[in-house]
Design a protein around this ligand. Structure first.
Ligand SMILES: Nc1ncnc2c1ncn2[C@@H]1O[C@H](COP(=O)(O)OP(=O)(O)O)[C@@H](O)[C@H]1O
Ligand SMILES: N[C@@H](CC(=O)OP(=O)(O)O)C(=O)O
Length: 571
């Protein structure tokens, strides 16, 4: 193994964080270096609007299907839907301006029953004047991607047989029928989608640009259905709004576009203007934008609806941004890896951003930036358990008692060990290495360096096509080999310990104790400039076992509590 444990060699401390995306007409051209794809470089450690609702705001809420409510109540989640059923005649909004964003993810709007529940949640806060952001229903985005891939190879005649296309069609038609809406709400969209799949089949080609257009149908359909449902039950909802039509302007990086500065005034003007003219709840598509050069539909990267929500929050200077999920907030680790995870009640924007960037699926990696810039609190809530307090993310929080906040795992990481072929003292080596990454548009997560060698971890998971990953890796190795000896190490995992880096010795001491006992050898360690994150790289095969052991030690063991208390007394 090339590296057992590698610390920064020089005392120099740099904090370089990727800049905000360029403004339109600014220096940047919106290329891949504009944010999402740029390297993040840490310490020599981690590269890397109010109007009172008039009489028209009175609600007459139709009764939802009794069987859905019974099922939801059995899960302890029925209060909101029940409220929707019984809230006839309440007035939405006592103030003048839009006040919150409420974003509901795919799991929150996966069926007709869930859409009723979400409508109930919105109505359960009659004093709020929300902007609603929705993702595609359930797993629709994944299904669209698979349908597109299959269309490439199946021939026009067989498009109607693509299983994923039929699942998408059936889910949306069933939802419309169960909500007693006219089929016309989505018929045009479904027809267009089928035509698009046939076009892909005919061309035998699926570009990133077409892929973005294809997946956009998910959000375009969920929002049309939901807006129609709200209107049907008597809640005045603006007919659905496509983000790409209301000012979401992005770079042209299809699949992972960055939001440009021009978006904020444009979105504020449109949403505020609409509200002033006619106060009705806006239902906006998450995840989507419009490329500023191409004018084509773009997507903001997987999970991008969170970013849509925080962008609207900042644009309108709202009181709060709520992201409603299927978990009780941000948890101490991924509950799919270790089910004993518990809710983290408070986080800073910085902690949440690190957590998301290093792989916690719960938040989109870029979503904290607008919230932080606008200083707007983000609340992560559970639409299946609305009474749970969730996680509140703010600029600052009391850190004196904080040791570790959350443990995050990023799997399928590739590492590169790069040793200079020149002599010790050769300057410009790091610059050359990073210019190669920049030229190839490769994103770097963690870095550990000495004067003549550098170890980095890359994150190929952001790229959608598997073949492209291998091609890109081969290319980067080929380029680096012109100046260095390169070892490519695949199937690694980054375990990020998000916490109070002022207690780094305590955290690392405990973490290494745990890992040693588990017989795990750490291959690289890196501590970010963010002051909230320490990253350890281990082999993928050992990672889940590490997460479990670390969680037990940090969040479940009494022994640690003693160590923590001792450290806290000393400070
Ligand atoms: N640290 C974590 N805290 C909470 N959820 C996490 C964490 N890490 C991973 N997850 C996963 O993220 C999921 C929620 O995110 P996501 O699926 O994007 O929600 P939505 O689609 O509702 O916006 C949870 O169901 C959980 O499986
Ligand atoms: N539908 C998109 C965008 C999104 O944000 O989804 P969700 O909120 O369900 O993670 C996706 O699956 O990536």
């Amino acid at each position: 193994m090339a590296i057992a444990l590698r610390f920064a060699a020089a005392p120099l401390r740099l904090r370089l964080v990727s800049p905000a995306p360029p403004a339109i007409g600014g220096a940047g051209d919106g290329g891949r270096g504009g944010g999402g794809g740029a390297a993040r470089i840490g310490v020599l450690g981690r590269a890397r609007c109010r109007r009172r609702r008039g009489g028209g705001g009175r609600l007459e809420v139709a009764a939802a299907a009794a069987d859905d409510s019974a099922r939801c109540r059995a899960k302890g989640v029925g209060a909101a839907a029940a409220a929707a059923e019984t809230l006839g005649g309440i007035e939405v909004g006592g103030g003048d301006q839009l006040s919150v964003v409420m974003k509901f993810g795919g799991s929150s709007v996966s069926s007709a029953a869930r859409m009723r529940e979400v409508a109930g949640l919105i109505l359960a806060f009659p004093e709020e004047r929300p902007v609603v952001v929705l993702s595609a229903m359930g797993k629709t985005t994944n299904l669209l991607l698979l349908a597109g891939e299959k269309a490439v190879g199946c021939g026009v005649i067989r498009v109607s047989e693509i299983e994923e296309w039929n699942l998408i069609k059936d889910l949306h038609i069933k939802t419309v029928e169960e909500l007693a809406l006219p089929r016309s709400v989505i018929h045009t969209m479904l027809d267009e989608l089928e035509q698009l799949l046939k076009g892909i089949a005919m061309m035998k080609e699926l570009t990133l640009r077409t892929t973005d257009y294809l997946v956009s149908f998910g959000e375009c359909m969920s929002t049309r259905i939901f807006a129609a449902y709200l209107n049907k039950i008597g809640v005045k909802a603006r007919q659905q709004l496509d983000a790409f039509d209301i000012g979401f302007i992005t770079t042209d990086d299809f699949g992972n576009a960055d939001i440009l500065e021009a978006t904020y005034p444009a979105v504020a003007k449109r949403l505020h203007g609409d509200w002033i003219r006619d106060p009705a709840i806006p239902i906006v598509t998450g995840f989507l934008g419009k490329g500023w050069k191409s004018g084509a539909v773009t997507t903001l990267g997987r999970g991008g609806s969170d970013l849509t929500a925080t962008t609207i929050g900042k644009a309108l200077g709202l009181r709060e941004i709520q992201v409603w999920k299927d978990v009780d907030g941000v948890l101490t680790c991924d509950p799919n890896i270790y089910p004993n995870a518990t809710t983290v009640p408070y986080l800073t924007f910085e902690e949440a951003a690190e957590l998301a960037y290093f792989g916690a699926q719960v938040l989109h990696p870029q979503s904290m930036r607008p919230a932080r810039e606008g200083d707007i609190p983000v609340r992560v809530k559970n639409s299946y358990n609305p009474k749970a307090p969730g996680t509140l993310i703010t600029k600052q929080r009391k850190m004196d008692k904080v040791v570790l906040t959350s443990i995050v795992l990023k799997s399928n990481v590739t590492m590169l060990d790069i040793v200079s072929t020149r002599m010790l003292g050769q300057f410009g080596f790091l610059a050359k290495v990073f210019s190669i990454f920049e030229d190839l548009g490769i994103s770097v997560d963690c870095v550990a360096t000495s004067e003549v060698s550098i170890s980095v971890s890359l994150d190929p998971s952001k790229i959608w096509s598997r073949e492209l990953i291998q091609q890109e890796l081969d290319h980067v190795v080929e380029e680096l080999e012109k100046i260095a000896v390169v070892h490519l190490l695949q199937q690694r995992a980054i375990i990020s310990l998000i916490g109070n880096v002022r207690r780094s010795s305590l955290i690392l001491e405990k973490a290494f104790q745990v890992l040693r006992k588990s017989g795990v050898n750490v291959q690289m360690i890196s501590q970010g400039a963010s002051k909230v994150n320490m990253s350890l790289i281990v082999h993928d095969s050992e990672a889940k076992q590490c997460i479990k052991a670390l969680h037990q030690a940090f969040f479940e063991d009494d022994v640690l509590t003693e160590v923590e208390e001792e450290a806290l007394h000393m400070s």
